[in-house]
Design a protein around this ligand. Structure first.
Ligand code: C2O
Ligand code: CU
Length: 489
């Protein structure tokens, strides 16, 4: 009934959108211990920290005895957590053991365009790609995932994704729980459809906004619980879904939001829940009492006036992860720090902006155009500060992501952003018919020939062409010609 009502409402809104094909999320029993992605081993060679990732096929038992074909990095599903220090040079050996091209994009990372891992850096089956760059940005919870032209949804959905954590002096000085897997917990939230044969299903002709799963998993665990042994626990939340937007929080307590996509906030923000569209991250601190149990929950999301919340993955409430506190909890500090540690973010000044660009998103295009790997859509000069005005012009939301930079949201329909959207961001949920003004600066890595991407992170939209390309050039330089990778739509 909810589906039918939703379809009618959207039709009335003058938009021929069909709601997602899958019903609401099943109630899980929270009896499975949360899988913690291992920290990726690395070796330091000539001052460079070197990681290895191999994209491969495998079989995963999400449910006991049910063998599901999945893809993973260095394993059957998801990938290890990469971790590096600001100022370090890193390299990753990315090997492709799949039968088709893939790529690995470092989502949120500031790095040269040829290291970005987008559709221009695909890796052929049997091939290896070796990007290397210097970590030059504040501590943050970033992630990595494939970005092959037209096939990103499938690759992420089958399991190719992992976290990439960055540390720096400021993050260490902040009083935050920081023991990985103990009081500092990666939480990759994803929804899936597991069909009668136990296989992951991704339909071609799904409705908006793409496949919505009836199974929710955290780090690949259905119905997961995590033992808590400290008074405070830090959850690094990543919406790694292909389509669904979550509104995550606890019914019985508030939490402190301490970081958004690109790093720490100026100060912790106490809130009940945080909305995360595909690609967005949030770090929250949760307080626990000895012996108690609580559950991270996805509330019916406030999707900003979208008239078919179910279809957008919002009108669906379910538990995500159970936290079980031990009878004795080790003391932990209250999150607190000085605003002065965030010099980079503060250094973005609206007065410095010399260029304003407009991006209008309809249901599949940006500014009326579909992605073309051979076309440069925007040219930014190195050193320049820009304002990007982004708007969904149709009655549906999008999740707008810009490669290379962390931006600051100046305003949302003229109003200042709420505190949870005031920190460093690389991805933002676009409520329909709402204008988001984003402030960003292109500090370095000029290259007229190799573009970065901007796109919707609802991955069916991205694959359907809701993506554009920009290059960063030296002042006065013209855009070159993107290298043809010989594949594509
Ligand atoms: Cu997370 Cu262009 O992607
Ligand atoms: Cu979209």
């Amino acid at each position: 009934a909810a589906i039918a009502a939703g379809a009618t409402a959207l039709a009335l809104a003058g938009c021929a959108l069909v709601p997602g094909s899958v019903s609401s999320v099943d109630e899980a029993e929270f009896t499975n211990e949360l899988a913690i992605p291992p920290l990726a081993p690395s070796k330091v060679v000539d001052g460079t920290r070197v990681f290895s990732l191999t994209a491969q096929e495998g079989v995963t038992e999400f449910r006991p005895g049910v063998k599901t074909r999945t893809w993973g990095f260095n394993g059957t599903h998801l990938g290890p957590t990469l971790r590096a220090e600001r100022g370090e040079r890193v390299a990753v050996e990315v090997a492709n053991d799949l039968d088709e091209p893939t790529s690995v994009h470092w989502h949120g990372m500031h790095l040269p365009p040829e290291m970005d891992g987008g559709p221009h850096q695909e890796v052929d089956p049997g091939g290896t790609w070796r990007p290397t760059w210097e970590i030059d940005q504040p501590a943050a919870t970033l992630w990595y995932h494939p970005h092959p032209h037209g096939a990103t949804e499938k690759h992420v959905y089958r399991g190719l994704a992992g976290m990439f954590l960055l540390d720096d002096d400021a993050s260490r000085a902040a009083d935050l729980p920081d023991t990985y897997g103990v009081d500092d917990i990666p939480v990759i939230v994803q929804d899936k459809v597991i069909d009668d044969d136990g296989q992951l299903e991704l339909e071609d002709d799904t409705g908006e906004p793409g496949t919505l799963g009836d199974v929710v998993m955290t780090n690949g665990t259905i119905g997961a619980y995590q033992e808590v042994t400290t008074e405070r626990v830090r959850l690094r939340l990543l919406n790694g879904s292909t389509a669904r937007t979550f509104q995550l929080g606890f019914a019985d307590r508030e939490m402190d939001l301490v970081a958004t996509d690109g790093g720490l906030l100026d100060a912790p923000v106490r809130l009940e829940h945080v909305r995360l569209a595909p690609g967005e991250r949030a770090e929250v601190i949760v307080r626990m009492e000895p012996g108690e149990t609580t559950r991270l929950h996805s509330f019916e999301a406030d999707l900003g006036g979208v008239v078919v919340p179910f279809a957008m993955g919002g009108n669906d409430a379910f538990d995500v992860l159970e936290l079980r506190a031990a009878d004795q909890l080790a003391p932990a500090p209250e999150p607190a720090w000085e605003k002065s540690v965030h010099a980079e973010q503060d250094a973005l000044h609206e007065d410095d902006a010399t260029v304003t660009r407009t991006f209008e998103l309809d249901d599949r295009k940006i500014n009326g155009r579909s992605m073309d790997v051979g076309r440069i859509d925007e040219v930014a000069e190195v050193g320049s500060t820009e304002i990007w005005e982004v708007r969904s012009t149709v009655p549906m939301p999008h999740s707008f992501h810009v490669h290379d930079v962390q931006f600051r949201i100046l305003s949302i329909d003229g109003d200042p952003p709420p505190p949870e959207l005031a920190g460093p961001k690389d991805t933002v949920y676009l409520e329909p018919s709402t204008t988001y003004r984003l402030l960003m600066r292109f500090d370095d890595y000029a290259d007229p020939d190799v573009p970065y991407m901007y796109h919707c992170h609802m991955l069916m939209h991205e694959d359907d062409g809701m993506m554009g390309q920009f290059v960063v050039v030296e002042p006065g330089q013209e855009a070159g010609t993107p290298p043809s990778h010989g594949r594509g739509a």
